[in-house]
Design a protein around this ligand. Structure first.
Ligand SMILES: [Zn+2]
Ligand SMILES: [Zn+2]
Length: 516
């Protein structure tokens, strides 16, 4: 560098730009900046290199400063900025840049769509994709993958089928290897495991590990543990080398299917046969699996022996396992550890207060509630959505979101509860541990969002068509029983996707066999 500084090469932007890029590639952002500052002339390439260097290093403020100081910007700078903002969780800033742009290309649209998807705004991502098409911009493969993941998050397959057609018409499925696994993932998350299988079979001549992984994780999501294991064995027969994601899917499948021995076997196979070092997620899975099966001591041994500090998910797994198996003391410890690690996660406080309630220690229940208020922790409200006639209807716990439905939904719900009670349904108040009157507990339970959505669906989804509900949190025991009974008494097929997995209710039972 000293050599360059002393010669006329310093005036050659080609040389100085390469120097900036070299520094950035070596991770020396500050050095790159000082070279940049000393440059006698800077062109767009110099500005853009520095910009993406800052973004890559996660220094958003610095990137923003550079972006705003640029004497002129081109498409590349704006696209880089949208992409960087999106990846670092600043979706609104990305949107600002997007809105200010006079000219946009396919990369601009794709970056904005993925920004929405990455920041949990799938609906906006999908809308933007539609707008892009209506303006005649041809989506590229990354845009299609992003929009498929938006649809997977939303959980409603109609849009996905249409995009699938688009992919087939434009021969994208065989030109881009990663579209297959995005499609499989979309169908699986929308509850259409058969369609996922169809895609998986249709690409049988050129499948990569990603496709197998998506299929195995999809089966896990639906609790089809045996099928996931069979698929894994097929993968082994085809001499494909599984990776850490394959095993995460497989362990999840064993976990959701309650297959403790198989889960432990694959945890071992992964390390011994394939020399894959387990990540904390793998340990989390095995701890959850052991805990649920009632082997709490073994689960604690795994935590003790693993090379990581347990994270909040692991403590939460222990917490719910100890609740299930009535180990109040262990549950208490686990709850405290979980709260320590995630002081803003409301679910840990709720579980802790549930533990105290179980012991009848109402003073402590109140203390936990006070602690939550002091720390400004808010409970995430339960929210269920359902697609009817191409429109998404949302229901929040405690009320029907769209006021227009309020009365009719509540009336229908009352009717259903009456009918269920005459068939022997008794609200399961165990999970409502609050120290309130029994009848108040019951009315709280009745207004859980999935019940509201179900009541709405019973009067708006034609008979014979499965009812499809997507919920943001885990389904509670009472709602689970409720769905089972409705599926029997009303002869309806009900599919609920909760935070963790799918439940297919039919003829009075659920595909999870009450294990979730
Ligand atoms: Zn519920
Ligand atoms: Zn279930």
């Amino acid at each position: 560098m000293g050599f360059i500084l002393k010669t006329h090469l310093w005036n050659d932007p080609f040389v100085t730009n390469s120097l900036v890029r070299m520094c950035l590639e070596l991770g020396m952002v500050e050095l790159a900046r000082s070279v940049f500052d000393k440059m006698p002339t800077r062109d767009l390439i110099s500005w853009n290199s520095l910009l993406s260097g800052y973004l890559k290093a996660g220094q958003i403020d610095m990137a923003r400063e550079v972006f705003e100081r640029m004497p002129q910007r081109d498409l590349v700078s704006c696209n880089t900025m949208i992409d960087g903002y999106g990846k670092h969780g600043f979706c609104e800033l990305a949107e600002e840049v997007f809105m200010d742009m006079g000219v946009r290309d396919v990369v601009t649209w794709t970056s904005m769509i993925s920004a929405f998807v990455l920041n949990h705004q799938p609906k906006k991502g999908l809308c933007l994709f539609r707008e892009m098409l209506s303006l005649g911009v041809r989506p590229d493969a990354p845009a299609v993958v992003s929009v498929l993941s938006a649809i997977a998050d939303l959980g409603f397959v109609e849009e996905g089928k249409w995009i699938h057609d688009y992919i087939v018409c434009n021969k994208m499925l065989h030109s881009y290897s990663f579209i297959g696994s995005a499609l499989i993932n979309m169908y699986a998350k929308c509850g259409q495991i058969e369609n996922a299988y169809d895609v998986f079979r249709s690409i049988c001549h050129r499948r990569n590990v990603g496709d197998w992984n998506s299929m195995i994780s999809g089966l896990a999501l639906h609790g089809l543990a045996r099928e996931a294991i069979e698929l894994f064995q097929e993968m082994e027969r085809e001499k494909l080398k599984p990776d850490d994601i394959t095993f995460l899917g497989l362990l999840n499948a064993c976990n959701h299917g309650g297959l403790k021995d198989e889960g432990q076997l694959y945890f071992e196979t992964m390390q011994m046969k394939y020399k894959i070092v387990p990540k904390i997620q793998h340990y989390g899975c095995i701890v959850d699996l052991l805990g649920r099966s009632g082997c709490l001591e073994q689960a604690l041994e795994v935590i003790h022996d693993m090379p990581f500090e347990p994270d909040v998910l692991i403590w939460k797994a222990i917490l719910s396992a100890s609740m299930k198996h009535n180990d109040v003391v262990l549950g208490h410890t686990a709850a405290l550890r979980a709260i320590e690690l995630a002081p803003q996660d409301s679910s840990c406080y709720v579980l802790l207060s549930n533990i105290f309630a179980k012991m009848g220690r109402w003073n402590e229940v109140n203390e936990v509630r006070l602690m939550m208020r002091k720390r400004g922790v808010r409970k995430i409200p339960g929210c269920s959505s359902i697609l009817v006639d191409g429109k998404v209807h949302q229901f929040l716990v405690g009320k029907a979101l769209n006021e227009g439905y309020n009365q009719s939904v509540l009336l229908k719900l009352e009717e259903v509860v009456y009918k269920l009670k005459s068939e022997g349904y008794e609200p399961d108040l165990d999970e409502v541990f609050l120290d309130i009157e029994e009848c108040e507990k019951e009315s709280q339970l009745i207004l859980h969002s999935e019940k509201l959505a179900l009541a709405f669906a019973l009067s708006s989804v034609p008979e014979g068509v499965p009812i499809h509900i997507v919920k943001n949190l885990r389904i509670c025991c009472d709602c689970h029983t409720f769905m089972q009974l409705v599926s029997k008494i009303y002869k309806r097929q009900i599919i609920v996707r909760d935070q963790n997995r799918f439940h297919h209710f039919s003829k009075g039972s659920c595909s999870c066999r009450n294990y979730w």
